[in-house]
Design a protein around this ligand. Structure first.
Ligand SMILES: [Cu+2]
Length: 119
């Protein structure tokens, strides 16, 4: 009985193996294709998903709970960013899902060069 079960599992693993391998290759292909569709802006700074946690219009600062920022080699975290242009914060409110592009700022810290509400 147990022998039959093990044989069954082995057959299942063999059957699923190639499917899993193909799925991984598919994901990898999709990820590497993404920067090409974003065009030149991807070379400047990647779009990163985040949640808007705090807005300080007077100080031109936002607190973002952000995903990995590839162009800054930064892992996901919650932190404060400077904002270059206050106009980009119009229509955004705390709790909004957003996407943004950030760069290292002259004089320290990081600056959001573009931010928009995510769908
Ligand atoms: Cu960060």
């Amino acid at each position: 009985m147990q022998r039959i079960l093990l044989n069954g599992l082995a057959a299942l693993t063999l059957a699923l193996g190639p499917v899993a391998a193909r799925a991984q290759h598919h994901d990898h292909g999709a990820a590497s294709a993404a920067p090409a569709t974003l065009g030149a802006s991807a070379a400047v700074a990647d779009w990163t998903p985040a949640e808007l946690r705090k807005l300080d219009l007077a100080a031109l600062k936002v607190t973002l709970k952000h995903g990995e920022i590839r162009n800054l080699a930064m892992p996901p975290m919650t932190m404060v960013f400077h904002v270059r242009d206050a106009a980009q914060l119009q229509g955004l409110k705390v709790g909004d899902p957003v996407r943004f592009r950030a760069e290292r700022r002259e004089g320290g810290g990081f600056v959001v060069v573009e931010i928009q509400k995510a769908d």
